[in-house]
Design a protein around this ligand. Structure first.
Ligand code: NAP
Length: 252
């Protein structure tokens, strides 16, 4: 444990998978944690209960990151509850069913970009408003969830998802430079095949097990392995790291 920091962390999509592992690990490190979710209140409440059982502080917060109204209300709720914000993990993200580009509907593309690109950008905007020393804040850290898919391209599966994560990569570098002098560090992690429910949500419940075999390490990663990298990037141990993109992919 890196000491009871008492720092305030908002994790979007903190109710399941990588986000939930990040919330739990952050609470162990002493963060007070706002656990955002979209619809599964029970999963979010379970994360909060686990943190509270361990003596930590957390609360669940329903908001669709793809809705500006929801994002504004979410940041206000964090401030009301905890009185500030030190760190943001832009983790909420979605995939879709396997599809070629010539089969993709406008509705699919719009949902993908709204949740995976516009959502993190809106959340980062609200975080920078509060953290940047230029805006009277005391600095902070942002970690964006990208994906190794951004490098591989997702051909025949979900090019739209890969493209959304490439947008996150460019956004990470640009924002990191924009606020570097203002006490805010911005980094990304790019997970490979991680064993979470996201694969089932894209219609491939056995994807982590199947794809794990093509990873040089011969297995899928765990949400906890990604969370550990996120926590390091948020921490003071990464004080000179900004604009970085850390691949957590077992060598893929
Ligand atoms: P997951 O298990 O499917 O969990 C997704 C989380 O995001 C849930 O807490 C969900 O809330 C929330 N969420 C979904 N849409 C949202 C919205 N519009 N607004 C707010 N919250 C929303 O996903 P995961 O596998 O942990 O993935 C987390 C991140 O890592 C994503 O950005 C994903 O693209 C990235 N990633 C994952 C992998 C992988 O192999 N798992 C690989 C590379 C990158 P509800 O429970 O309410 O639905």
């Amino acid at each position: 444990m890196s000491g009871m920091s008492g720092k305030i962390l908002l994790v979007t999509g903190g109710s399941r998978g990588i986000g939930a592992a990040t919330c739990r690990l952050a609470a162990e490190a002493g963060y007070r944690v706002a656990v955002n979710y979209a619809s599964n209140a029970k999963a979010a409440e379970t994360v909060v209960a686990d943190i509270e059982a361990g003596g930590g502080e957390a609360f669940a917060l329903k908001a669709d990151v793809g809705s500006e109204t929801d994002v504004l209300a979410m940041f206000e709720a964090v401030e009301d509850r905890f009185g500030g914000l030190d760190a943001l993990v832009n983790n909420a993200g979605v995939v879709d069913s396997l599809s070629r580009v010539d089969e993709m509907s406008f509705a699919r593309l719009e949902r993908m970009m709204r949740i995976n690109v516009i959502g993190p950008m809106l959340c980062a905007r609200e975080a920078v408003k509060r953290m940047s020393t230029r805006n009277g804040g005391k600095g902070g850290a942002i970690v964006n969830l990208s994906s190794i898919a951004a490098r591989l391209g997702g051909a025949g599966q979900y090019i739209d998802y890969a493209a959304s994560k490439n947008a996150i990569n460019a956004f990470t570098v640009g924002l990191a430079r924009e606020v570097a002098e203002e006490g805010v560090r911005v980094n990304a992690v790019s997970p490979g095949i991680i064993d979470t429910e996201i694969h089932a949500s894209g219609g491939q419940p056995d994807r982590a097990e199947k794809m794990g075999r093509v990873v040089p390490m011969q297995r899928a990663g765990t949400a906890e392995e990604v969370a550990a990298a996120i926590l390091w990037l948020l921490s003071d141990e990464a004080s000179y790291t900004t604009g970085a993109n850390l691949e957590i992919g077992g060598g893929r």
